[in-house]
Design a protein around this ligand. Sequence first.
Ligand SMILES: [Zn+2]
Length: 212
Amino acid sequence: MAKLYFRYGAMNSGKSTALLQAAFNYEERGQHVLLAKPEIDTKGADQISSRLGVERTVDFLIGPEDDARELFAEHRRRVQREAEAALVPDVRTDVACLLVDEAQFLQPEQIDDLLRVAVSDGIPVLAYGIRTDFQTRAFPGSARLMELAHSLEELKTICRCGSKALFNARLVGGRFVFDGDQVAIDELSADRVTYESMCARCYLRESGERLR
Ligand SMILES: [Zn+2]
């Protein structure tokens, strides 16, 4: 049975790099993959970009109202048609895997769709995302992935103190802020909003012991 995988971490834990590497590993073996991400993500619209400089356009964006399973099925049919038309021997004619970046921004119902893609449609789904927002609360998509995924894998990154980073502190104009919307409006325009991955000890020190 195909499975739903959730690979999660703090910001800057190399999620996009890991996703692009996974896609490469499949394609190196002559297999097809499909890449998707939620429409809400604003940095680079339809691109998955790793901090190492690799960039790739997704096959489809998932809007907040979309049926993720139906969208996947449409693109799967396209891959099947193209592969059959190409008539290249030894190239497989079906999708081997669906890779989803920024999965924290999907709706919980869309995570349900991803489980159906894996279990009912038989295609493995690898979802990558951030576990919690800058106020240490789970994103709705991540919470549902924690509930449903067959496999959870943490991608680790380091706090400035050297401990494992757990949280994502938000900075606006270089200063820490602990109030605001889950997705900062400023992210749409300027580079004023940045994030720093932090361990719990450093986060609590910066927030004055506040957690939300
Ligand atoms: Zn620290």
